[in-house]
Design a protein around this ligand. Structure first.
Ligand code: HEC
Length: 184
């Protein structure tokens, strides 16, 4: 092959390659646009054609109740808020401790609305004794009293578990923080 021909040939190869790369990039961009297009239409997470709407109307309320679940999800939140309430008090971050204590009570009460069979023990063992007493210690901003009241609250959690057929869930003093909250 002559030198001139070789040069022409490599020029053609280069031109074809860059045209293909360009096409590929454009196709890729179209694909991205098409995807975001679909996203906008599906309502940004609110799926108008979703599972709930596909159920018969008279089956929907029961389905929502199922998805809200029972005391197990309530307790996962209660344990989270108990832990963070504890660290709030230990840190002297009393507003944070109070925030957690309030939402702990709210979560428990909402759970009892869904599962009223637990109300009797929840009130007798927890809501009418140890819980408001921890709240008082938080409002008094007294760390010694707070720790004493936590030591009275823990056995109340554990006693309710024992009374409600879950004696293996024994509540201790928290050892690890759940949130990266500081009191600078
Ligand atoms: C009604 C009395 C009652 C009180 C008061 C109570 N619990 Fe519970 N707790 C339960 C019951 C019942 C379960 C099991 C729920 C289930 O599996 O359906 C449970 C389960 C749990 C679980 C396991 C949750 C999971 O992931 O399945 C944790 C953790 C827990 N409780 C923590 C606490 C803490 C901390 C307190 C006190 C601040 C507390 N509980 C107070 C009744 C109670």
């Amino acid at each position: 092959m002559r030198r001139f021909e070789r040069r022409i040939r490599s020029f053609v190869v280069l031109a074809v390659t860059s045209a293909l790369v360009g096409l590929g990039a454009a196709a890729g961009w179209e694909a991205v646009r098409a995807q975001s297009h679909t996203h906008t239409h599906s309502g940004g997470g609110m799926d108008m054609g979703g599972w709930l709407v596909r159920l018969a109307p008279d089956a929907r309320t029961a389905a929502i109740e199922r998805q809200l679940r029972g005391l197990d999800t309530t307790m996962a939140e209660v344990a989270y808020r108990y832990t963070e309430m504890y660290w709030g008090g230990v840190d002297g971050n009393w507003a944070y401790a109070e925030h957690m204590a309030q939402h702990l009570g709210e979560a428990l009460n909402l759970g009892l609305e869904r599962r009223p069979q637990y109300r009797k023990n929840a009130e007798a063992l927890f809501l009418k004794g140890p819980y408001p007493q921890v709240m008082d210690a938080i409002k008094a901003k007294n760390v010694t009293l707070f720790k004493q009241r936590i030591d009275a609250l823990r056995p109340a959690c554990t006693a309710c578990h024992a009374a409600e057929a879950h004696p293996f869930i024994k509540i201790g003093v928290p050892t690890v923080r759940r949130n990266p909250v500081v009191n600078d």
